[in-house]
Design a protein around this ligand. Structure first.
Ligand SMILES: Cc1cc2nc3c(=O)[nH]c(=O)nc-3n(C[C@H](O)[C@H](O)[C@H](O)COP(=O)(O)OP(=O)(O)OC[C@H]3O[C@@H](n4cnc5c(N)ncnc54)[C@H](O)[C@@H]3O)c2cc1C
Ligand code: FES
Length: 351
């Protein structure tokens, strides 16, 4: 396979990229941590300027990469492949204290696959080689038929040889309905790559922490909490909101209740949007607005459906928390891609 040289400015790093490989993939495998979020041409986070050379723009969503931006030489490097030597301008900006773990390919066996809530499964993969990652990052799981899907890691880096994922069934979804919820079983072999994503715990930030998740958006937050738990807490107060529809959807409740009972640094606030129960009812952004009319001085991590993430972000900004204190992971899927909403347009919004 032909390879080409990619030069990343302004740092001047040079790496090799195959013609069938995306520019982002080649960079991440060499530890050059360029901005990215969805890795499937949907969100626009990885947009970079091609200063010289030619790329195939690949499957870039027309909403995330406008015609005018294409004409001006921009590309979404998570889907763009080189067609010659390329010079691009990117923003390499990992925060201090955050480890950079080059992406690798992994083979794994399904250790267990359990129903933990209606239409939600916990998939534990035993990896042949341990993976190094930061709490909050995700993997790309290879799905039969040549597809790949991103899933956040719910376990901690302390044991990188077993990776826990939480998967929600999407009706007619290729990976979930068509595979994980149909014929995947314990003992099956799977392949994956990782770690990906900039949504990871920032160990040097000392403010009190708000962790805000909906549905399986709990996964990366659970990884952060378990990581802090292994460390005896990070010295800050940590408050977890987990928004789901009904009580049955509230998975891993026992673990968080048990942690809350023994750790004075942790508060658990489950929120049900449809059920009446003895606990709080309402969506996470509404409960947050009630509890935090002023949220300045916190650091927040939000994860879940793009609608929930956007609404929660708005609630936090209304409560005077600056975008620089908010980290977000949007679970974009094929429907979001087709709809073309939630594309990054403001430089203040970081993914
Ligand atoms: C960074 C990241 C991390 C993620 N982590 C998790 C996680 O930890 N847990 C989790 O459950 N999910 C996670 N997701 C979402 C996950 O990657 C998948 O998108 C999700 O599981 C659906 O995949 P699928 O193949 O089953 O469905 P898909 O085949 O992708 O379809 C999704 C839905 O879109 C509909 N659809 C498909 N094509 C179209 C179209 N052209 N127009 C309109 N509708 C269409 C389908 O019917 C289906 O309902 C994450 C996403 C991202 C970006
Ligand atoms: S990471 Fe490339 S478009 Fe989302």
């Amino acid at each position: 396979m032909t390879t080409h040289t990619i030069r990343v400015e302004p740092i001047g790093a040079e790496i090799q990229c195959r013609e069938d490989q995306t520019v982002l993939d080649a960079c991440l495998r060499e530890g050059i941590w360029l901005p990215h979020a969805c890795t499937h041409g949907t969100c626009g986070t990885c947009k970079a300027q091609i200063l010289d050379g030619e790329v195939d723009l690949g499957d870039a969503s027309p909403y995330a990469l406008l015609e005018s931006e294409r004409d001006e030489g921009a590309a979404l490097i998570c889907v763009a492949q080189p067609r010659g030597d390329v010079v691009l301008e990117g923003e390499v900006d990992m925060d201090e204290g955050v480890g950079v773990h080059p992406v690798r390919d992994f083979r794994a066996r399904v250790d267990s696959l359990d129903e933990i809530a209606p239409d939600v499964r916990r998939l534990v993969l035993a990896l042949e080689e341990p993976m190094k990652f930061n709490p909050g990052q995700y993997v790309l799981l290879d799905v039969p038929g040549g597809h790949q899907r991103p899933y956040s890691i719910a376990s901690t880096p302390a044991d990188g040889s077993k990776i826990e994922l939480h998967l929600k069934r999407s009706e007619n979804g290729v990976a979930t309905d068509g595979w994980v919820f149909r014929d995947l079983a314990a003992g099956d072999e799977v392949t994956l790559s990782g770690p990906y994503g900039r949504f990871s715990f920032r160990p040097l930030r000392t403010q009190p922490i708000l962790l805000l998740g909906s549905g399986t958006g709990l996964a990366p937050l659970k990884s952060m909490i378990r990581h802090l738990d292994e460390d005896g807490g990070g010295g800050q107060q940590v408050t977890l909101y987990h928004g789901v529809a009904t009580k049955d959807d509230l998975y891993d409740r026992e673990y968080f209740e048990e942690l809350e009972a023994r750790a004075d640094w942790f508060t658990y606030r489950p929120a049900l949007s449809r059920d009446d129960w003895q606990g709080r009812s309402g969506r996470v952004p509404a409960l947050l607005a009630e509890d935090y009319p002023r949220a300045g001085g916190h650091v927040a991590y939000i994860c879940g459906s793009p609608d929930m993430v956007s609404d929660t972000m708005k609630a936090l900004m209304k409560a005077r928390l600056f975008p620089r204190d908010i980290y977000r992971e949007d679970f974009f899927d094929s429907a979001d891609r087709a709809a073309g909403t939630h594309v990054v347009r403001s430089p203040l919004i970081r993914r």
